[in-house]
Design a protein around this ligand. Structure first.
Ligand SMILES: NC(=O)C1=CN([C@@H]2O[C@H](COP(=O)(O)OP(=O)(O)OC[C@H]3O[C@@H](n4cnc5c(N)ncnc54)[C@H](OP(=O)(O)O)[C@@H]3O)[C@@H](O)[C@H]2O)C=CC1
Ligand SMILES: O=C1O[C@H](COP(=O)(O)O)[C@@H](O)[C@H](O)[C@H]1O
Length: 497
């Protein structure tokens, strides 16, 4: 099947162009797309914010941000091409009347992409403003940032506000992990390789671990983060999306709804965690001061702007069961936290042990095969296998050792630059492919499951467990696996990155 996408000029409108996300991620990504010649020459990029600045001043600010956050020296030719596409409109996004001024800047005869890099609380106002100005039709696409809402109820309110003006086919809900090369590679690995496709269930897999560790703290976003916490900021979206790609049934095609239908089934099959099982299946933590990469860092409650009594979690570990035929009895262990020793995201699939050991002389118990998918950094795929140590012996036995088959992206694809997730997603919105965006029913199924955990935590009235910055979280997270006679895979602990 050929996906229906098109590379045509559009008006790409960046609401919130002066915000943190736009400055650090979206503008540098647009620059990279321009560099790769992936923005149509007639496309216009319109920044929207409430500052009163001239177009020249705006262009200077965009340049400054791309230089600061782009991670490489600016190529003058690329920059000139991008700068020539820029436009700026000053409006108060809550003021419905101001959208008439905005209307003057767009060409209604072509596709308009509205990227809402703003707090979700004003998504509804923006939609109303665009509607009042009479510029919404079927060719308009709207991009929503995560997390959408605070829980199922508030996410439904926001989704309803947007749905009043846009069909689901026009709504692109971002989860930037779905734009990461290595996350996308999960689909390739599973469905393009029979060696994995045929061994991907409870018959062959013992358990799965998904770790997304960050060494940063909350990076000056206390106001936002304290309302959200690590569960809403990372688990409800990124970790559950990774889980669905690992656990879903084969989609019939790569088109958006085939994939999203299968992901949704997984979210609906997650076993609820409630007051009856929350203690044995969850751990939440909050960092106290410590050292990360040799630098002393403050605790969460000492961060700038902090409320000293906050009980917001900065670390979560979960044991997740999927109640379906494929995954019955195979736990998925998830963990994510701020201020961990390294930034490391990886998926480790532990296969079942061999039913009988022929090599007792060498190994009293044969270790299981492991498939490690390094999402970031040092992107790659690694399989741990048992191998005969070469050599002659008189004992008649074979010496075995554990070896690794390692595919390192940086070595295998030396000449390919790994694109940032936002580059991929911005391109997909511009060409009109929804496959890498989250459908409303997925967001709601994820919230429903996460809300159950929050209810149970709230009922338990227990504060998060403290952990020292620069460690792998509270000891209880080790106990979560130890109870099942398992341990977190920590191959990359201690490596400086
Ligand atoms: N920052 C990040 O790393 C990530 C952010 N996100 C999501 O992206 C979205 C944006 O986040 P972020 O960039 O951090 O937030 P910021 O607060 O930094 O940026 C939001 C921007 O929206 C503008 N804005 C807000 N209200 C109005 C208004 N009434 N009229 C005009 N402009 C307005 C703000 O303008 P002003 O500066 O004038 O107040 C600000 O520039 C959020 O939904 C967030 O959850 C998702 C993943 C990561
Ligand atoms: O969405 C978010 O993601 C980042 C982590 O993203 P990564 O691509 O650097 O792994 C996280 O730091 C931030 O708090 C969260 O909002």
């Amino acid at each position: 099947m050929v996906l229906e996408t098109s590379f045509e000029p559009c008006d790409f409108v960046l609401f919130g162009t002066k915000g943190d996300l736009a400055r650090r991620k979206l503008l540098p990504s647009l620059y990279q797309l321009e560099k790769a010649d992936l923005i149509h020459q007639d496309t216009k990029i319109i920044g929207v914010a409430r500052d009163s600045v001239t177009l020249d001043e705006y262009i200077a600010v965009v340049k400054e941000n791309i230089e600061k956050f782009g991670g490489e020296a600016l190529c003058d030719e690329t920059w000139q091409r991008l700068a020539s596409k820029l436009d700026y409109v000053q409006i108060d996004m809550k003021d419905i009347d101001s959208y008439n001024e905005f209307k003057e800047h767009v060409d209604e005869s072509r596709t308009m992409v509205c990227y809402l890099a703003t707090p979700p609380s004003i998504y509804g106002d923006i939609c109303k403003g665009l509607n009042a100005a009479g510029i919404i039709d079927k060719s308009v696409r709207v991009v929503l940032e995560k997390p959408i809402g605070h829980d199922l109820e508030t996410s439904q309110i926001i989704n309803n506000q947007v749905a009043e003006f846009f069909d689901e086919s026009q709504i692109y809900r971002i989860d930037h992990y779905l734009g990461k090369e290595t996350v996308l590679n999960l689909v390739a690995l599973r469905f393009a390789n029979s060696i994995f496709a045929t061994n991907w269930d409870h018959n062959c897999i013992d358990h799965v671990q998904i770790s997304v560790a960050e060494s940063v703290g909350i990076e000056g976003r206390w106001g936002y983060f304290d309302e959200a916490g690590q569960m809403r900021d990372m688990v409800q979206n990124h970790l559950l999306q990774i889980l669905t790609l690992i656990a879903m049934e084969p989609p019939t095609t790569l088109d958006a709804d085939s994939i999203r239908d299968e992901k949704l089934k997984v979210l609906k099959a997650l076993r609820p965690i409630d007051a009856s099982n929350v203690r044995e299946n969850t751990v939440r933590g909050q960092y106290i001061s410590g050292f990360v990469k040799g630098q002393e860092v403050p605790g969460y409650l000492e961060e700038e702007g902090a409320n000293e009594r906050s009980e917001t979690e900065t670390f979560v570990a979960l044991k997740v069961e999927i109640d379906n035929w494929r995954w019955g009895g195979v736990p998925f262990y998830l963990r994510t936290g701020k201020r961990m020793p390294n930034k490391v995201s990886e998926v480790v699939i532990y296969f079942k042990r061999q039913p009988h050991n022929l090599f007792k002389e060498s190994f009293s118990q044969l270790p299981p095969n492991k498939l490690t998918i390094r999402l970031q950094p040092d992107e790659g795929v690694e399989v741990t296998v048992m191998n005969k140590v070469p050599g002659l012996t008189t004992s008649g036995n074979m010496d075995l050792q554990k070896s690794k088959l390692n595919l390192s992206f940086s070595e295998a694809f030396k000449d390919e630059r790994i694109a940032d997730a936002y580059e991929k997603l911005l391109l997909e919105v511009m060409i009109g492919n929804q496959a890498l965006f989250v459908r409303r029913d997925e967001v709601e199924a994820a919230w429903k499951w996460v809300d159950g955990i929050f209810s149970a935590w709230n009922a338990s009235n227990e504060p998060p467990e403290p952990y020292q910055a620069g460690t792998w979280g509270p000891v209880a997270s080790i106990a979560l696996l130890a109870r099942d006679d398992r341990a977190w895979y920590e191959s990359r602990i201690g490596k400086k990155r």
